[in-house]
Ligand binder design. Structure first.
Ligand SMILES: Nc1nc2c(ncn2[C@@H]2O[C@H](COP(=O)(O)OP(=O)(O)OP(=O)(O)O)[C@@H](O)[C@H]2O)c(=O)[nH]1
Ligand SMILES: [Mg+2]
Length: 303
């Protein structure tokens, strides 16, 4: 009998959720940056071996804010918890405090009777093993976790050991997806994320959070892909920054995203990028839905 189930990765922004999933699967599925709130959508990443299939759900870092785009992101994270057979709760070595947000995530997950494994990430940053033992001790007192495992998603971890732990909590079930299935996201989504990744890496302040990327045209002829994409911004003044002096910024965004897309998708890709203003899009519900950010999850039992 095979084991197959859903594992949600939940935690505050920037703790390394996407890094962990990409490393576990061995592919670039989610974008990773130094900035908080990099992941916007619930992204499925599938691990398959002879007798186990794990459907990882990467989720946006939990950040509580009234802004509509943030409410969408929160719904994506909460719906991942609801879908999960097991929740991986990620915390970072240096924020191992039970702050309000972590407490909310934990209480909510426990109220849904989900098993929780606590992963204490970024242990490569510990100067001494004593610090790590202190962190483990601290978290032990916070809740009755099914397991507590320190890891470094960055420097590598013992995949075999984690797999063994995860499997304990997965139901016996036929595989949900074909054995070669990797993610629910298509090439259009991946290219739009690679563009957003460059915006996150190259611009600052509110611009990454007020940017969305839509794919207007996607043509694939014998592995030659032509893509027209538009960066949607919330304010006129942001356009100047995205274009840069003499168009240098948009050129850099386009070149880097195109190069990454070619390497990740292993296809010949020609990318064109346009820029458009959709005034205050990130704070207007109808506008974020039009840009593809729609999730009907009820947040009343979380907030
Ligand atoms: N030192 C160290 N850095 C790490 C580790 N794991 C992730 N990082 C870094 O932490 C930053 C955030 O990583 P992400 O994977 O994007 O974090 P996330 O939790 O998905 O963030 P959001 O999508 O914003 O919620 C990146 O700069 C990573 O390189 C780790 O084990 N050690
Ligand atoms: Mg992420």
């Amino acid at each position: 009998m095979t084991k197959s189930g859903y594992i949600a990765i939940i935690g505050k922004p920037n703790v390394g959720k996407s890094t962990f999933i990409n490393a576990f699967i061995g592919e670039t599925i989610s974008i990773i940056t130094r900035k908080a709130q990099t992941t916007r959508d619930k992204i499925l990443a599938v691990y398959t071996d002879e007798n186990t299939q794990i459907i990882f759900l990467d989720s946006p870092g939990i950040h509580i804010s009234k802004k509509e785009i943030n409410q969408f992101m929160l719904k994506e994270a909460i719906s991942a918890i609801k879908d999960a057979d097991l929740v991986l709760f990620l915390v970072e070595y240096n924020n191992s405090q039970m702050d309000k947000v972590n407490k909310k995530i934990l209480d909510y997950t426990l109220s849904k009777n989900k098993p929780i494994i606590l992963l204490i990430n970024k242990i490569d940053k510990y100067k001494t093993p004593v610090k790590m033992l202190e962190a483990i001790d601290f978290w032990k007192k916070q809740a009755d976790f099914n397991e507590i495992i320190p890891i470094s998603a960055f420097k590598g971890f013992n995949q075999k050991l984690l797999l063994k732990e995860f499997k304990k909590y997965l139901p016996e079930h036929p595989f949900y997806y074909p054995t070669d299935f990797l993610t629910d996201k298509d090439e259009r989504f991946i290219i739009s994320e690679l563009i957003r990744e460059q915006i996150l890496l190259l611009t600052h302040e509110e611009i990454p959070y007020d940017s969305a990327v839509v794919i207007d045209k996607f043509l694939n002829i014998e592995n030659n892909i032509t893509v027209d994409a538009t960066i949607v911004l919330a304010r006129e003044s942001q356009k100047r920054v995205i274009l840069g002096s003499k168009g240098t910024m948009i050129k850099k965004i386009r070149e880097n995203a195109q190069e990454n897309a070619i390497n990740i998708l292993n296809k010949n890709i020609k990318l064109k990028i346009f820029v458009k203003i959709d005034k205050n899009w990130s704070t207007v519900n109808e506008k974020i839905e039009k840009l593809g950010y729609s999730n009907k999850t009820d947040l009343s039992d979380f907030l």
